[in-house]
Design a protein around this ligand. Structure first.
Ligand SMILES: NC(=O)c1ccc[n+]([C@@H]2O[C@H](COP(=O)([O-])OP(=O)(O)OC[C@H]3O[C@@H](n4cnc5c(N)ncnc54)[C@H](O)[C@@H]3O)[C@@H](O)[C@H]2O)c1
Length: 283
């Protein structure tokens, strides 16, 4: 199996940009891709801000900053972005059909040895693996937000993923000093299977007037020692992403995962959280 040196990250949003950044920080060559040059630029700018902040705080010096910068490039053509990659990580919108279509193109354009990882929060790895044309080389690589801070990757094996693929990706995670956990394919894997119902219940509590948004968050923060309350966390993740995951869990696992109507309404209103300027809180 070829050593992983070059990583193409498809989708330069919150997660894709961050996955590119942490990979570049640990010395991988990174190609960031998105559907529009503006989105690539936004991702690069977000990463540049982080790099500058670290230098200001003396976490590393300007030569390390330049080294990270030199490892990060943006390429708008998907075909070109994956053409020289040892590993492709996809972090586009949480929609099975769009991911499947994207993986088909990636599979047709990446070298034969290239390993594939999807950052999906909940969707079927087996299905994406099939569309990529190389299910044995396909793994769920679920990073957490933001990837530069959250030191964990949840790996999810699809029906045909080989141990060789898993081991290579575990090695990539370990190079980045990540904790790694392994799940077999099941909707939501480990973390979102447990987290989404809790977030959803917080929306019901708010909708039913059990408490204010602030008090729900304060209660969970100090009562359960969580670093953030569920509503602030939701704004941070993105309400559209949470709704996609909740709808999928509802379809696959049944009634107890039905998305709260308040969440549905907020997404329809374009209140997506921090990234849109307003969610449960204003930014
Ligand atoms: N937000 C989180 O906390 C979080 C955590 C873990 C995993 N995830 C997963 O990561 C993925 C991305 O989430 P995000 O929060 O970064 O979303 P985001 O909305 O910030 O970014 C998604 C990016 O994908 C791009 N995109 C959409 N379709 C594309 C395509 N066909 N080709 C290339 N780029 C495309 C969009 O333009 C956008 O820039 C989703 O699968 C999500 O479930 C999100």
């Amino acid at each position: 199996m070829k050593e992983i040196k070059t990583v193409a990250v498809i989708g330069a949003g919150q997660m894709g940009a961050g996955i590119g950044l942490i990979s570049a920080f640990y010395g991988f060559k990174v190609v960031l891709n998105d559907i529009n040059q503006q989105f690539i630029d936004r991702g690069m700018k977000q990463n540049e801000k982080w790099i500058e902040r670290q230098v200001e705080k003396n976490r590393f010096d300007e030569s390390k900053a330049n080294l990270i910068r030199s490892k990060l490039i943006g390429i708008l053509s998907l075909e070109e972005a994956v053409s020289d990659a040892d590993l492709v990580i996809e972090a586009i919108i949480e929609n099975q059909e769009i991911k499947n279509n994207t993986w088909k193109i990636i599979g047709e354009n990446a070298p034969e040895y290239t390993l594939f990882g999807s950052n999906t929060s909940s969707l079927s790895i087996t299905e994406m693996g099939k569309h990529s044309g190389r299910p044995t080389q396909f793994l769920g690589t679920h990073f957490f937000n933001p990837p530069v801070i959250m030191k964990i990757i949840e790996f999810i094996k699809g029906y045909e993923t080989t141990d060789e693929t898993l081991n290579a990706l575990v090695g990539y995670g370990q190079t980045m000093e990540m904790n790694t956990v392994i799940a077999t394919e099941a909707p939501g894997f480990i973390v979102n299977r447990l987290m989404i119902p809790q977030l959803n219940e917080a929306y019901f509590a708010l909708m039913e007037g059990v408490a204010t948004a602030d008090d729900i968050d304060i209660a969970m923060k100090f009562g359960l020692n969580h670093p953030m309350g569920p509503l602030a966390l939701s704004d941070f993740i993105g309400l559209d992403t949470i709704l996609y995951i909740a709808e999928y869990l509802h379809r696959e696992l049944g009634e107890k995962f039905r998305p709260c109507p308040l969440l549905v309404k907020m997404v329809r209103a374009g209140k997506l959280g921090k990234k849109s300027g307003e969610g449960f809180y204003k930014y």
